[in-house]
Design a protein around this ligand. Structure first.
Ligand SMILES: [Zn+2]
Length: 378
């Protein structure tokens, strides 16, 4: 993959940067580094990279974290474009670091809005559905939010405004835009409504589904139980969109996307520590991430050994203590939980205790084989 050209310099983590890339077919792509909440903490994801794709129609993929619409407009300006030049906005998934400026940008751009069908349910309120969600008063995307109270409160106006938005086109897996330039892939797991966008059969925008040098957090299967009735009818019977197993399934579809290397543009860490983190082949990176999760399953089984051990104890033994401070601990616990859910589904682990937060091995070890079967069956 050729290195994108920096057309506007920013911080060393990529914040405030604009980069330019031209596909072999001559389509211009601009990456815009919009500031993100975790910047300058131990959990610095780096900015959210939003991508402006110029073609017959101008498309913006993602809008960055809420509260940054002016920054976004300035970055657009650096590409020579105004919001009114955007014909359509595609949202990779319903997390606030991706659709945060949508409600501000849509009216000024008059662009069409596209996202996966599930996205409509994620931005809407479903207060009548009380199936164990932590926050049934929040929209579909955040009913299981584990962020601190203060973050949740700050999000309320954003939720309100976002809930009024309507999709102009609902994305289905495999669908192509009428001009043929963009193809959408449904890749649930990190988020139930995650999509990737393939441009000119040549490059792919992966949102948070495939990131360089870090792995995104899988959602928890428990979200499915709390949100089942929030999902569109066709996703209610069995869990196809939440949890590590579904995430691995999505990664596996990306791993076999093309016999040719397809470079990926991720939503985080495209540029970090003053250098590019290029993903020259999305399939290769997707396979690495699957292996990463298999290795983590193995490590967790080893930690459990022949005892009964709490989720928290597993996290303490698995992660370096520096990663277990503040929000880091919540993230780490979620990470362990999603792997334990997978190991439980595969019959290798039993979750015990009132809260199901203690793990014991069953004596079986079939997770690798089950994943293999799951993938072959897909
Ligand atoms: Zn993100």
């Amino acid at each position: 993959m050729k290195t994108p050209e920096i057309t506007r310099h920013g911080k060393e983590n990529g914040e405030g940067m604009v980069v330019h890339y031209r596909t072999a077919r001559g389509t211009d792509v601009f990456g815009l580094g919009v500031p993100n909440i975790y910047s300058n903490t131990d959990w610095d994801l780096g900015p959210t990279w939003c991508y402006l794709v110029l073609g017959d129609r101008t498309t913006l993929i993602d809008t960055g974290r809420r509260g940054n619409v002016e920054v976004l407009q300035n970055l657009l300006k650096a590409t020579g474009k105004r919001p009114s030049d955007i014909d359509r906005i595609v949202v990779s998934h319903s997390h606030e670091d991706h659709d945060g400026n949508l409600a501000d940008l849509l009216p000024v751009s008059q662009a069409e809005l596209g996202a996966h069908t599930i996205y409509s349910q994620m931005i809407a309120y479903h207060t009548h559905v009380q199936d164990g969600a932590r926050h049934p008063d929040l929209p579909g995307s955040c009913r299981m939010c584990f962020m601190p109270e203060i973050v949740r409160r700050e999000c309320l106006p954003y939720h309100q405004r976002r809930s009024a938005l309507k999709l102009d086109f609902a994305i289905q897996d495999g669908e192509t835009t009428s001009d043929g330039s963009l193809r959408f892939l449904f890749t649930p797991g990190h988020s139930p409504d995650a999509v990737c966008v393939v441009l000119d059969d040549e490059v792919i925008f992966t949102g948070d589904t495939v990131l360089p040098d870090i792995t995104s957090h899988p959602s928890s299967v428990s979200f499915f139980h709390a949100n089942r009735l929030v999902l569109p009818e066709e996703y209610r019977a069995e869990n196809q969109v939440y949890g590590l197993l579904n995430y691995i399934k999505s990664l596996s579809s990306l791993a076999s996307i093309s016999p040719n290397p397809i470079p990926a543009f991720p939503a985080h860490r495209l540029f970090y520590n003053s250098q590019f983190n290029l993903i020259s082949d999305v399939s290769h990176r997707a396979r690495d991430i699957i292996q990463f999760h298999l290795d983590r399953c193995r490590a967790i089984l080893e930690i459990i050994g022949d005892g009964t051990i709490s989720l928290e104890e597993i996290a303490v033994r698995h992660f370096p203590s520096a990663l277990l401070q503040g929000m880091g601990k919540t993230m780490a616990l979620n990470e362990i939980l999603t792997h334990l859910e997978l190991l439980q589904d595969c019959g290798d682990v039993q979750l015990l205790g009132e809260k199901g937060d203690k793990a014991k091995r069953t004596g079986l070890e079939g997770y690798a084989k089950t994943i293999q079967q799951h993938l072959l069956g897909s």
